[in-house]
Design a protein around this ligand. Structure first.
Ligand code: ZN
Length: 307
């Protein structure tokens, strides 16, 4: 987990390994930062506050994506409790907003904000979580500061994301202001009663950095790149195996053809040997016939012409 602290409070970001994603990454997005973000709600139940429940809720959403699209569908899943965010596809192409998946990210908040149940305080928490996450995403090069924030139902006939759609202008403004100015709104919302965030964990050793001066974001991108390379190499290896298997089959066929050819050649050579023997016999007979004929002719001539 990467815990991001700013002057406004908390944002807790969980990588795919932490919530134990079991689905593959999509192809890399064509370019980051994105200029469009689509807001979604999961429609699945928001079943609790503790971390295990959060992970279970994220995995439920992953399972739905796996069934429908073969992989986790959203870019990030947001949990209004304790401002938590689970990375799904991150900077890779998801399957959240038809026609926009390779150019936009889809952020999905856990819960049903169309049919409910929800209340005003919960919607406020969702808005704060989204704003904090988008602020982080701007600072980390995932989202362009001049981004558009749209509800899913702006491009599809759907109830998604319910009443959260009404909050998007405010969310976008807060996200941008936390980078380029102060936000008194967050302090105001922070004063509202909510579950107490846990104490910040002690600093954990960062992964070994390939070079000095790299940021955590650089390392994350570096590791994501390595993951993608490993996936590509894996696909290449599978292709090579199947090509080799094909060639092995062909080699087997060629070997069997060659053996058949050798058998046929041996038979032909035997025939030729037999024919040669026959030819020699015929020549010998011919030669004898020739000799007999010459003598016969000579004696016949002698007889014919008289002495
Ligand atoms: Zn949606």
């Amino acid at each position: 987990m990467s815990t991001v602290l700013d002057q406004h409070g908390w944002l807790q970001i969980y990588g795919r390994n932490e919530w134990r994603s079991v689905t593959p990454l999509g192809p890399k997005m064509t370019s980051l930062p994105v200029k469009k973000v689509f807001a979604h709600h999961s429609v699945t139940a928001d079943t609790g506050v503790d971390e295990a429940t959060f992970f279970a809720n994220v995995k439920t959403i992953e399972k739905i994506g796996l069934q429908r699209f073969g992989r986790a569908s959203y870019s990030f899943v947001l949990d209004r409790h304790l401002y938590r965010v689970a990375q799904m596809q991150g900077g890779n192409v998801g399957a959240h907003t038809g026609g926009h998946n390779s150019t936009a990210i889809g952020i999905c908040t856990i819960g049903n904000f169309a049919d409910g149940p929800y209340n005003e305080v919960e919607v406020n928490d969702v808005a704060i979580t989204m704003a904090r996450f988008l602020s982080w995403a701007i600072e980390h090069g995932v989202v362009d500061p001049a981004f558009e924030l749209k509800p899913h139902n702006a491009v599809k006939a759907t109830a998604c994301p319910g009443v959260i759609a009404d909050r998007l202008p405010w969310i976008r403004e807060q996200a941008v202001n936390s980078v380029f100015g102060d936000s008194s709104y967050w302090r105001q919302w922070d004063a509202a009663p909510r579950p107490t965030p846990p104490a910040p964990p002690p600093p954990t050793p960062e992964p070994p950095t390939p070079t000095e001066g790299m940021t955590i974001r650089d390392v994350e991108l570096y590791l994501t790149g390595i993951d993608a390379q490993i996936e590509t190499l894996g696909r290449g290896l599978a292709t090579a195996h199947s090509v080799i298997a094909g060639h092995t089959d062909q080699l087997g066929d060629l070997e069997s053809d060659a053996a058949q050819g050798r058998r046929e050649l041996t038979a032909i050579l035997q025939d030729v040997t037999g024919h040669s023997a026959s030819l020699a016999a015929i020549k010998k007979e011919l030669s004898q016939l020739n000799r007999v004929t010459d003598e016969d002719i000579a004696s016949a001539m002698v007889r014919l012409l008289g002495d």
